[in-house]
Design a protein. Sequence first.
Length: 408
Amino acid sequence: MAQYQVTIDGEILQQLFVRDDGLARLVEQVVNQILEAQVTEQLKAAPYERTEERQGYRNGHRPRLLKSRVGELNLQVPRVRKGGFSTDLFERYQRSEQALLLAMVEMVVNGVSTRKVRAVVEELCGTEFSRSTVSELCKRLDEIVREWNERDLSERLYPFLVVDAMVIRVRKGGRVRLCSVLVATGINQDGYREVLGLMIGDSESRESWYEFFDWLKGRGLRGVDLVVSDDHKGLVEAVETCFQGATWQRCQTHFIRNILDACPKSLEKEFYQRLRLVFDAPDLETARRLKDDLLQTYAERAPKAVERLEAGFEDAMAVMALPERYRKRLRTTNGVERLNQEIRRRERVIRIFPNEDSALRLLGAVLMEIDENWATGHRYFDMSEYWRWKASTETAESESLDFRLEAV
């Protein structure tokens, strides 16, 4: 253990029990002398001393404010040319400071406003942090979120893809604009859910969705067999373009809502009960029979609702081609809707994001945490039955193609 000789100013000793900051001034003087002793030890030479063992030269001091249990210490940290001055004196302080900063960032990610974070820290620690300081701290998440959001996806297949979007407010060019947050979740070959990525676009246009899907495929997304989404025109067109050969499943929750919007209010309750039977049918044949009965019953009393049901029925029942155990969870986008609720809970606190980077930072951090919980939690699906069904389907299709070719 190093030993240092310290000189105490008599005036400071006299004021030790008189001034409120007397102990802080005493500790401050001691620490400054220790710093000077450590730099002399590192350079192997005192100030202005000529010696052959000298390892460098002093270059003045830099002030540093250290908040301690006895109060604020105004320290003069020595500066050294070529290599700098190193000391372990601040190591414990730096660890505590880092823990505090991480806690502040965690509060923001979990939906606490920067104003409230500042108030909590000031109350607990007696330390003042401006709102801009808290925002700057959150920028430390940028690289972490970027690496997660751009990670390679090529190591696994993702048979099931669920996509959705939500609208947020972002300040651009001095004006508040509406932007769309595009989010994709996938169920991989082992049956685990993953948040595959998010992108902030100007709208839910075909071009925005096409860019989003192209970006996912560029990161290695492959093996998509079923895409679940709502009936947004641009989204459906982008799915048909980017995932040729995959089946599109229209979200049944959105579809039922659209049908009921066209149903007379007086018939809404009984119509919904009949409609629910259609979508809860055990097989496609039964669902079609129940649908036809419903169409016949309400053709005159609810013509618009009947028309919507007939037009979108096949797309909303695409999931029926899969084995029964996978249908319930893949017939809607409810899984992504819950993600949106988590995002919305944080977004309500901020209301208007100052820029797209801040939106991507916060929402990405939220989704990254959810993705980690999914990866370490229970499997969403046992995929063994799906892969057997997939293999048998492909074999049947191949045999049918061979038969047709032979006939030709």
